[in-house]
Design a protein around this ligand. Structure first.
Ligand code: NAP
Ligand code: F7E
Length: 383
């Protein structure tokens, strides 16, 4: 008997990696995707199977976290062994613009899943993973943050996720449900959304090196994040649901880095040395030197001369537009519980994460460079 998993947010970064992982483990994976006016399944297209094929192991359903009846019907039809609730309006800055929608999807959406499982009398069968977040710690009350650290959310996103965290705990205690929170710290990959800081940086660095973009505008360069690789983190989600008893776990690397240092490391990965000077909105990152061999290896000889001419130029600037009304300045997690109880060990570190992301983005942006040479208009999305 194949196990059946239902993933909300199947078209997102984590949904894509987790569905691939579960399909390889022999699961039948059902995913909920939103109706959009254009295709939005590019992250999982490699897993796509013709709907006319028999015994498919990836099946997509139209749905939305704001639609209780839709969610209840899908869960009732599928009778899943495991639900991974990954769907969310997941951008912290955007949550200040769309606070009510974020609360509905990220907060009440979780309740809809839990309540559907309860009403359908699936509480003994269906295990539920809730995508909780290090943003719950917000204005941190303890360093590093672990499962017992008090929460202090700092955005509509984090407040919505706080509700989702506690309603998951409440359903576990009230109805004896196997419902767990994974409190995941930031995790990134080549599939990361383009407006999160790491991907914004890796794309921009590749574009600057290839001459498609002159500079990149950033927000708060001093905030610190504990970044891991999404491929490692989705394995923790799976492990959390395979335990004998339901529980909540912090998943993190235990290493924190400023946005400024992330930018420096990313340029260094392709042989460009960046030096920062100035303060606040006047801070800039200038090209200080170029490691010719490394640049040629990673980017290519044809782009070297143009890059050399730019030594001394500012390629990183600050735009207060990207500041947040309230910021989370420092995140660093202690994943001792996950390491000991789940035997979870990440394979990637920050350097190999950046290497993976840059390899992907240089390849992607080279396509844009060819199009630009062919006369196509290439947009800079400054988000
Ligand atoms: P993501 O790439 O932004 O993916 C979010 C997914 O949710 C997408 O599939 C999106 O669909 C879907 N979605 C959004 N609104 C929806 C709605 N109203 N109804 C149905 N689906 C909806 O996020 P991620 O990085 O994979 O993160 C997965 C989950 O973990 C999220 O809940 C996030 O908040 C949480 N989390 C993420 C991190 C991290 O560092 N990545 C850390 C901690 C927690 P579209 O593709 O159509 O937009
Ligand atoms: O910002 C700073 C920004 O948008 C990280 C989501 O997956 O992880 C993510 O939330 C930091 C912040 O991620 C820019 O101010 C500076 O301090 O990449 P981010 P996030 O807000 O940490 C958590 C764990 C989640 O749960 C969320 O779903 O970088 N920053 N300059 C910038 N951030 C962005 N996006 N763009 C900038 O230009």
């Amino acid at each position: 008997m194949r196990k059946v998993a239902l993933l909300t947010g199947v078209t997102g970064q984590d949904g894509a990696y987790l569905s691939e992982y579960l399909v390889k483990k022999g699961y039948t994976v059902h995913g909920i995707k939103r109706r959009a006016s254009s295709f939005n399944t590019n992250r999982i297209d490699h897993l796509y199977q013709d709907p006319h094929q028999e015994n498919r192991n990836l099946i997509l359903h139209y749905g939305d976290m704001t639609d209780s009846m839709n969610i209840t019907r899908i869960i009732g039809d599928i009778q899943p062994d495991e639900i991974y609730n990954l769907a969310a309006q997941s951008h912290v800055k955007v949550s200040f613009d769309t606070p009510e929608y974020t609360a509905n999807v990220d907060g009440l959406g979780t309740l809809r899943i839990l309540e559907a499982v309860r009403l359908l009398k699936l509480t003994d069968k269906t295990r539920i993973y809730q995508a909780s977040t290090s943003e719950l710690y917000g204005l941190v009350q303890e360093v590093p943050q672990k499962e017992t650290t008090p929460f202090y959310p700092r955005s509509p996103y984090a407040v919505a996720k706080l509700y989702a965290y506690w309603i998951t705990v409440n359903y576990r205690e009230a109805y004896n449900m196997f419902a767990c929170n994974g409190i995941l710290f930031n995790h990134e990959s080549p599939l990361r959304g383009e407006t999160f800081v790491t991907r914004k940086v890796t794309r921009a660095v590749a574009r600057i090196a290839l001459g498609i973009q002159n500079e990149v505008y950033m927000g708060n360069l001093s905030s610190k994040r504990d970044w891991g690789h999404a491929k490692d983190y989705i394995k923790a989600m799976y492990l959390i649901l395979q335990q004998d008893t339901p529980d909540d776990y912090v998943i993190a690397t235990g290493i924190t880095t400023t946005i400024r240092d992330f930018i420096k490391k990313t340029f260094r990965e392709i042989g460009i040395g960046i030096e920062f000077s100035g303060e606040g909105v006047n801070e800039t990152g200038k090209i200080a030197q170029i490691n010719t061999d490394l640049f040629v290896e990673k980017i290519g000889e044809p782009y070297l001369e143009a890059m050399r001419k730019r030594i001394g130029e500012a390629v990183v600037k600050v735009d207060p537009e990207y500041f947040r009304p309230t910021e989370v300045e420092l995140l660093i997690g202690d994943a001792t519980k996950a390491r000991t109880k789940l035997s979870w060990e990440p394979k990637y570190n920050l350097d190999t994460l950046i290497e993976d992301m840059m390899q992907n983005d240089v390849k992607e942006m080279k396509k844009e460079a060819y199009l630009k040479e062919a006369g196509y208009r290439i947009l800079n999305y400054f988000e």
